[in-house]
Write a protein that binds this ligand. Structure first.
Ligand code: HSE
Length: 331
């Protein structure tokens, strides 16, 4: 370990993802240091209540209520508070101070991604948010980097874990929507405001982020057509089943082409009937799956955990390591 440079990591927020992120940083510290060539030092965790119950036991001295102070002097800031403010202001403060920023905040990126990316670009900092879409599944980096030379025509899939869990319980076990939602909450899948999941806002935010990266353009979240699952009944699910379908909440973003070229983009979220022999029908529980169609690559499928504390923290750590490597000369 001796000889490694210390990188100060400030963590903002300690909900289920934040607690798991802190745990992974602390538990994987030595292994990460040798992998990166720098030591990640968790400088502190900013929270509203330093004495609140956490998912993971963490050293009490790490907690502070002074997020602004914690951000000052940090090399890398991880924002896992959620919501727009104060997350946006703290990220801007971090970027303006030259820190790299990692966030899982889909609402913020969907609404203010351009502003934050511009702030990062101005100072040469890195802003990354792989965990904002489909939790553990690497999807944004493949879209941005692996497929950078291709021409993506469509991104389609299940990008909300909690509604997929609820629909799946109703379909396979005949659970009521209320019962399924209670368990989804216990599993840590739901947003603090579950309306965001159930009414499709969360999926629309993710569709915006996917479309913006896939199509190299800004897709305003308020322009995404959105229908949630609150109106779906067990009777509808049974009827779909008898006809050979399963109901899934889909997010779709595609290029609309006319004879004279690309006419625009369609981005929409709504419950759809999926044939039971289609791979999307076998996306159970809190899993997500995203299909990407590109001119040269053809059809690609990305599958895995779409929600959950440790699963989302895995993607956060990936971005953290990527940011840390930038600080290592020759890394
Ligand atoms: N509430 C979100 C979901 C969490 O259910 O997918 C992961 O973004």
């Amino acid at each position: 370990m001796n000889g490694y440079r210390d990188l100060r990591v400030a963590l903002l927020g300690c909900g289920s993802v934040g607690a798991q992120t802190a745990r992974l940083i602390l538990e994987h510290g030595e292994e990460l240091a040798s992998r990166i060539g720098a030591r990640l030092t968790l400088a502190g965790i900013a929270v509203r209540d330093v004495h609140a119950q956490r998912d993971v036991e963490l050293p009490q001295e790490l907690f502070t209520t002074d997020a602004e102070r914690l951000v000052q002097g940090a090399d890398i800031v991880i924002e896992l508070m959620g919501g727009i403010e104060p997350a946006r202001s703290l990220i801007l403060q971090a970027l303006q101070g030259g820190a790299d920023v990692v966030t899982a905040n889909k609402a913020l990126i969907a609404a203010h991604g351009r502003e934050l990316a511009d702030a990062a670009e101005q100072v040469g900092a890195q802003l990354s948010y792989e965990a904002a879409v489909a939790a553990a599944i690497p999807i944004l980096r493949p879209l941005r980097e692996s497929l950078a030379g291709d021409h993506i025509t469509r991104v389609l899939g299940i990008v909300n874990g909690s509604t997929n869990y609820i629909l799946d319980r109703m379909d396979r076990f005949g659970d009521s929507a209320e019962d399924a939602m209670r368990v989804a909450s216990e599993l840590g899948y739901l947003e603090a405001d579950p309306t965001l999941d159930v009414e499709g806002y969360d999926a629309a935010q993710k569709a915006t982020i996917l479309a913006s990266i896939a199509f190299h353009t800004e897709v305003p979240v308020d322009a995404v057509h959105r229908e949630g699952i609150s109106g779906i009944t067990l009777t509808q699910i049974e009827a779909a089943k008898h006809a050979g379908y399963v109901i899934k909440l889909l997010a779709i973003a595609e290029r609309i082409t006319s004879s004279d070229g690309v006419a625009g983009i369609s981005a929409r979220v709504y419950p759809a009937l999926i044939r039971r022999d289609h791979p999307l029908a076998a996306v159970y529980g809190g899993k997500n799956a995203v299909f990407v169609e590109a001119e040269a690559a053809g059809e690609l499928m990305f599958y895995g955990a779409g929600a959950g504390g440790a699963e989302t923290a895995s993607a956060v750590l990936g971005d953290l390591v990527s940011a840390a490597r930038r600080h290592v000369v020759g890394g």
